[in-house]
Design a protein around this ligand. Structure first.
Ligand code: SF4
Length: 286
């Protein structure tokens, strides 16, 4: 299929790294010779409805007036899809409630596809999932018919990550530069599911992105009926108070944990060393 018959689309969550915006907005269009369309979710209607709900239903449920007023102070759309989604929900997504994928990626991308179908196109949606990524994806089909004129194709389902890297580079295309900077997967900066090593790498290289998440935490805490919510989540330990849990899971608590050795108690001096120029897990060093 030639590039002229393809449309490229990127779902901007509002929680992306600048290098990703640069890669999608400038590098890829140049190398592909085609534009990359951008879709962004928008939550002003939901936030307006949430304000009404807080004003009318929360008091009926016994929520104290000061908590209602606190939420109303911050329940205004900011224009950032990720933050607005969390303000609307009054919490951050988690592994168990990963609503970010649905609201920030699936729904906007489905709307984009439906618009193309409404324009009269038959759509083959190519998605870059791989079967060895997770148990959940192990049985992903090569091709799936969703409806008349709409099917989903997984062209790299059988490849390993290293085979994908080799295939892209063999065509003279560079990968997102974040892959050279220690990122195993390129998604949100950071993803709510990022692992300990990745979080440490982000703290060393891009602390400004964690500072933004700290600000988001303070806003979402105000919008939350419970009074707190953290960007990263984990189960409470036996006997742990809410204050202790917040201290452990908030951005600063997770960064402290990322600096520790296995076991999570002692700071590991080796882990605090400055990152090398290239720390690609895919061997992308020049
Ligand atoms: S990359 Fe992570 S944080 Fe971002 S939408 Fe996907 S699951 Fe959510």
């Amino acid at each position: 299929m030639g590039v002229k018959r393809c449309k490229f689309v990127f779902a901007d969550t509002g929680n992306e790294h600048e290098l990703t915006y640069e890669y999608v907005g400038h590098y890829l269009p140049t190398v592909l010779g085609a534009n990359v369309d951008v879709v962004r979710a928008e939550f002003s209607r939901q936030i307006a409805a949430k304000r009404v709900y807080c004003e009318t239903v929360w008091p009926e449920k016994g929520v104290p007036e000061k908590i209602v007023q606190r939420a109303l102070r911050v329940l205004h759309p900011t224009g950032n899809p990720f933050l607005d989604l969390c303000l609307w929900k009054g919490r951050f997504p988690s592994r168990m409630a990963q609503f970010c994928t649905q609201h920030l990626k699936r729904i906007p991308l489905d709307r984009y596809l439906l618009d193309r179908i409404a324009e009269g196109f038959s759509v083959e949606s190519w998605r870059g999932i791989r079967r060895d990524e997770s148990l959940h994806r192990r049985n992903a089909p090569d091709r799936e018919r969703v409806a008349e004129g709409y099917c989903i194709v997984h062209p790299i389902a059988d490849l390993t990550s290293m085979e994908v890297v080799a295939a892209v580079r063999a065509r003279g295309v560079e990968l997102n530069p974040l892959y050279k900077l220690g990122m195993r997967r390129v998604g949100c900066m950071p993803c709510i599911n990022c692992c300990k090593d990745e979080l440490l790498e982000i703290w060393k290289r891009f602390p400004e992105y964690l500072a933004i998440k700290r600000e988001w935490e303070s806003l979402v805490c105000l919008a939350s009926k419970r009074g707190w919510s953290t960007f990263f989540t984990d189960a409470a330990r036996d006997g742990e108070t809410e204050a202790e849990l917040f201290d452990r899971l908030c951005i600063d608590g997770r960064v402290r944990w990322a600096q520790t050795a296995r076991g999570g108690r002692q700071i590991d001096a080796f882990r605090l060393q400055a990152p090398p120029a290239c720390s690609s897990v895919y061997g992308l060093c020049e």
